[in-house]
Design a binder for this molecule. Structure first.
Ligand code: TXA
Ligand code: MG
Length: 325
C-alpha cells in the first residue's frame, strides 16, 4: 500500500486560509488557485522559503520566480514602473498580466534566491482566493506554476496533489478553490525599456494589449542570455510524445481534438472545444493533456488550433510540449 502522503488538501475556508498563512510564516509552501493556473507559493521575503520552491519542483536555479502582490501600490514598492508598466497595470490588474520591471533598490524579496537580479516579474492576480491569501498573509508571495519542473501546469487542486503527493518536499498544503477559470498562464510583458516586449503569450491576448508599439520577443531559444529562462523550448510536457497539427491518428495515438471535424479523425480522445471556442480550449488544455497522458497510449496527436487570439498562447504551449526532449 501507498504510505499516506503528509500533503494536505483542503477546500477554501477562513480556517484553511488561516492555516495557509501559518505555513507561509513558517517558511513552508502552499499551493493556491489563481485565475490562470495553480501556484506553488512561498513567503517572497524569505530566501530559504523561495529557495525551497526550487528543490520541491526540481526547478533550475537560473529561472526566476514571479512575485504575486495584492495591489498596484504593493507592486510599486518592489519594482520601478515606467510609462508602459503603469498603463498596462492600470488597465489589466488585477488580472493575468505579469510585468517585468527593474527591481527597486532595497526591495526585500527573493525572486531568484540563488543570485542577484536587476529585474523582477510581478503579477497581481484577480482570483478571489489569491487575493484572500495575499491579503491575510500581508506580504508578497513568490509562486511558479504548481507542477514538477518541465511538466504540465495544474488547473485543478487534484492535479497538484498528483504531482507532489509522493514527494511533497516543502509543500505542506493545497488550497482547493476549484478549477482555474482561464487555464493558461499569464501574459508576460517586459517593461524594462521604453518599448514593451511580450516575453510569453498568455491569458491576455495581444490584440487586447492596446499599447503603442508593443513587440513580441523572438527569444524562445535556449541560446545566449535569455531574458526569460523559463521559456526553454521543451516545457509543459506530458510523459507521452506530443505531435501537433495532426490531421490523422497514427497507430497507438490518442487524439486531442479541436472543433467539429474531430469525429472525422477519431472516435477516441478528448475535444478541447467541439464548438471551436479558443477560451474553452485554453481552459481545458492542461487538464485534458493530463487525462490523455496514460500508458495505454503511445502518443498524443493534437489537431491544429487557429493561431490567433488565445490560440497563440495555446500553440506556444503545444509547440513546447512537442519539442524534442
Ligand atoms: O499565470 C502565471 O503566471 C502562473 C501563476 C501561478 O501566477 N505562474 C507562472 O510561473 O507561470 P512560472 O514560474 O511557471 O513561469 C514564470 C515565467 C518563467 O518563464 C520565468 O523565466 C519568467 O516568468 N520570469 C520570471 N522572472 C523574470 C524576469 N525577471 N525576467 C524575465 N522573465 C522572468
Ligand atoms: Mg511554469
Amino acid at each position: 500500500m501507498h504510505p499516506v502522503s503528509p500533503l494536505q488538501i483542503l477546500t477554501v475556508s477562513d480556517e484553511s486560509i488561516a492555516l495557509a498563512v501559518e505555513y507561509l510564516r513558517h517558511g513552508k509552501l502552499v499551493s493556491f488557485p489563481t485565475e490562470t493556473v495553480y501556484g506553488l507559493g512561498a513567503d517572497a521575503t524569505s530566501k530559504e522559503a523561495t529557495a525551497s520552491i526550487y528543490t520541491t519542483k526540481g526547478r533550475p536555479s537560473n529561472n526566476p520566480l514571479i512575485i504575486h502582490v495584492k495591489s498596484l501600490e504593493d507592486a510599486q514598492l518592489l519594482g520601478v514602473f515606467n510609462e508602459a508598466a503603469r498603463s498596462l497595470t492600470e488597465k489589466y490588474w488585477p488580472g493575468p498580466l505579469t510585468i517585468v520591471v527593474p527591481i527597486r533598490e532595497g526591495a526585500k524579496v527573493y525572486p531568484a534566491p540563488h543570485y542577484t537580479v536587476d529585474t523582477i516579474a510581478i503579477r497581481c492576480p484577480s482570483h478571489p482566493v489569491s487575493y484572500e491569501l495575499l491579503h491575510a498573509f500581508g506580504k508578497p508571495i513568490a509562486a511558479p506554476s504548481a507542477n514538477r519542473s518541465g511538466r504540465i501546469s495544474a488547473t485543478k487542486a487534484i492535479d497538484v496533489y498528483d504531482d507532489f503527493k509522493d514527494a511533497p518536499g516543502n509543500l505542506a498544503l493545497i488550497l482547493d478553490g476549484g478549477d482555474c477559470p482561464e487555464g493558461i498562464e499569464s501574459t508576460i510583458v517586459d517593461c524594462t525599456n521604453v518599448q514593451p516586449v511580450v516575453l510569453r503569450h498568455g491569458s491576455i491576448i495581444l490584440d487586447e494589449l492596446s499599447i503603442d508599439s508593443i513587440k513580441t520577443s523572438e527569444l524562445t531559444s535556449t541560446s545566449g542570455m535569455m531574458r526569460s529562462p523559463g521559456l526553454l523550448s521543451s516545457h509543459y510536457a506530458p510523459s507521452l510524445p506530443v505531435r501537433i497539427n495532426a490531421s490523422h491518428l497514427k497507430e497507438g495515438e490518442v487524439l486531442l481534438g479541436f472543433g467539429s471535424a474531430m469525429d472525422e479523425i477519431a472516435t477516441h480522445g478528448l475535444n478541447l472545444s467541439p464548438e471551436g471556442d479558443l477560451e474553452e480550449a485554453a481552459h481545458n488544455l492542461y487538464s485534458y493533456l493530463r487525462q490523455l497522458d496514460i500508458p495505454r497510449w503511445k502518443g498524443i496527436a493534437v489537431m491544429p488550433i487557429p493561431d490567433e487570439g488565445l490560440g497563440k498562447a495555446i500553440n506556444d504551449r503545444l509547440r513546447r510540449a512537442s519539442a524534442p526532449r
